[in-house]
Design a protein around this ligand. Sequence first.
Ligand code: NDP
Ligand code: MG
Length: 389
Amino acid sequence: MRRVTIFGATGSIGQNTIDLIARDPDGFEVVALTGGRNVAKLAEDAIRLNAEVAVTAFDDALPELRERLAGSGIEAAGGTGAILEAADRPADWIMSGIVGAAGLEPGLRAMAQGTTLALANKESLVCAGALVLDTAKTHAATLLPVDSEHSAVFQALVGEDMSAVERVIVTASGGSFRDWPEEKLARATLAEASNHPNWAMGQRITIDSASLFNKAMELIEAREFFGLRPDQIEAVIHPESLIHALVGFRDGALMAHIGPPDMRHAIGYALNWPDRRALPVHRLNLVEIGQLTFRDPNEDRHPALRLAREVMEAGGLTGAAFCAAKDRALDGFIAGEIGFLEMAAVVETVLDRIAPQLPREMTLDTVRGTIAEAHRLADTVIGDRVAAE
Ligand code: NDP
Ligand code: MG
């Protein structure tokens, strides 16, 4: 029996993870499930999987969680401190599936027990790549990528020497607006941006896919995870979302990872690693697919990609500022305060303003401070834009 904990159990990644674990009840013992506002789902899954503890990130949701778990024998806890305590409970495998920078500290804390951390939370590497990798090294924790592109690269690298890698190509579906004329983008609505053509995911990452901010985050994530130079990392638009990434070697060979757009693939790979076990995913019929197409990602149309390149070049805490500014800009778009194209403008302004004041050293404190300052700056920039309307 392997002991597993799932952070963000009520989300899209968490539910896909639970789907795989629930298929093998004799294989896994569930230690902790954590969620946020969706207490009904959290309690239901905790009971179904007989978890030791269920934790909501929000104190005010704890009474309802307690009530729903009453008589089940499952512990209930609430608040960010309780999430960190859940990370201390011994587990063999932990899914980092919280959305946003809130996923960083639980992941760091989990790695401190020297466990295997399956990292879906891309914000961890974007905000604090060096800190995450150092923590893994210090505690001999195993870090496995779950983002589909990074899992694809990881799989293409099995048995290979990093020194033979020339480049990594990450594919992007192009999101909801890939076929829209550029002049229409400024008027894109929340409902339109929340509808992904190929993948079923949480709302925030779906909107980030439409703006290509998700891809921007993934380029930075790839740089950190695989220790690549910025000029070794490329993005290409691939509307079918079947090739997830390619690794180019110094002999000119390109190794592509192809699979259906189903996150259970990447999650299952991380769950079974280093083995490959059967997964309940659709098998591709190449003749039915017929063709795979690729388009230039065009950095003028997608300023998020240009900003990602600048962040990769700058390194250090710039990633934390980028991620935090992007999160606030996304909040602003979701709240109807700024338009779709304004998100990139807000992030760019925040990066310009914060650059001269970024600390050089990366510690948990400087990451937290940078995130807070980028939030403050982004709120000011968004406020100024709203006032100017
Ligand atoms: P969702 O929005 O579907 O789920 C997010 C999870 O985090 C939920 O369990 C949510 O709880 C919980 N949560 C929200 N806020 C907090 C908080 N402040 N503290 C603790 N927990 C919180 O997101 P996804 O599953 O789509 O994404 C999770 C992560 O995985 C993100 O970093 C995303 O970029 C990454 N990822 C996702 C992919 C996907 O297919 N969805 C693909 C690749 C990467 P509740 O819902 O109960 O409020
Ligand atoms: Mg991805």
